[in-house]
Design a protein. Structure first.
Length: 287
């Protein structure tokens, strides 16, 4: 049950979904970003990774316009990860000055693009298509560049996910790392990479665009992502939480079973830490 009814808008959403597939992404519609927030179209590099490109479409500018954009950009990175690039689209008309002012702070963010009155404007749709081609994996000038981009995204997504999962403080699995006294802790060091790649990756289209720093940055993220996975697996196989070092266990949360609704209707099984918010798996089953 989608929130869009307008047939032209739905057709446009389908177009974006297919476009993503053609460009090499896992493309999804009505994608949950938590709570009651759904993003119209997301493009992901891999099924289990955070979206890379997101689209929010409003048929007409209204008062609740782009509430997801506000959600995406108004929430701390540690709680809700930002995407590489977000497209805010008003399909059949444009924002009023008041609406634009309200969104101004978010729209000034460097990785949001706003498109208005896109419907029946082939020139503007062409502009959007041109902008999208810079995210294309299939149109790059060499397999080296395609490989650089896809590997960077793959490993940066892993690091972003780890940062999202572990939060600001140095997690347990990093605690034993040897740190030279004048160097930043590796966990804090790795926080710079998502921004580095966010600014850099789409600018690399040709082999001549690739510099020494880009190569070194990729080597560093591969190293750190691989280390995280290995340490995480080792700790988990011993039932130890990689975030805080306490025990991993399973718990159940029943839905319903309240005074108004005495019979539980579903149960969520959570495998995760008994002490902190680290979660390994969550599954809800109807009763
Ligand atoms: Zn824990």
């Amino acid at each position: 049950m989608g929130r869009h009814q307008d047939p032209d808008t739905l057709q446009f959403i389908e177009w974006l979904k297919n476009k993503g597939r053609i460009m090499g992404y896992v493309s999804k519609t009505e994608y949950s970003i938590g709570g009651n927030y759904f993003i119209d179209v997301v493009w992901k590099y891999r099924e289990n990774l955070h979206p890379v490109i997101t689209f929010e479409i409003e048929t007409y500018a209204g008062n609740s316009i782009f509430k997801n954009t506000a959600k995406l950009y108004g929430t701390r990175q540690a709680i809700l990860k930002k995407t590489w690039h977000h497209f805010a689209i008003v399909f059949k008309n444009s924002l009023t000055t008041g609406q634009y002012d309200a969104l101004h702070r978010d729209l000034d963010h460097q990785n949001i693009s706003l498109y208005q009155t896109l419907f029946n404007d082939p020139d503007l749709k062409k502009t959007l298509e041109d902008e999208l081609t810079k995210f294309d994996f299939t149109q790059l000038d060499s397999s080296l560049i395609t490989s650089y981009r896809s590997n960077s995204l793959f490993y940066v997504s892993d690091i972003e996910f780890a940062l999202h999962q572990f939060g600001e403080d140095i997690p347990y699995l990093f605690k034993s790392d040897y740190v030279e006294f004048d160097k930043a802790h590796p966990y804090n060091e790795m926080k710079k990479y998502p921004d580095y790649f966010r600014n850099r990756i789409w600018k690399i289209r040709r082999e001549s665009d690739l510099n020494q720093e880009d190569i070194e940055a990729l080597i560093s993220i591969v190293k750190v992502a691989t280390t995280i996975t290995a340490k995480e697996n080792l700790l988990l196989s011993n039932g130890v939480c990689p975030k805080c070092g306490k025990k991993i266990g399973q718990r159940q949360v029943y839905h319903g079973g309240t005074e108004e609704d005495p019979v539980p209707y579903a149960v969520t099984y959570i495998v995760g830490c008994e002490e902190c918010d680290y979660e390994l798996n969550r599954e809800t089953i109807d009763l």
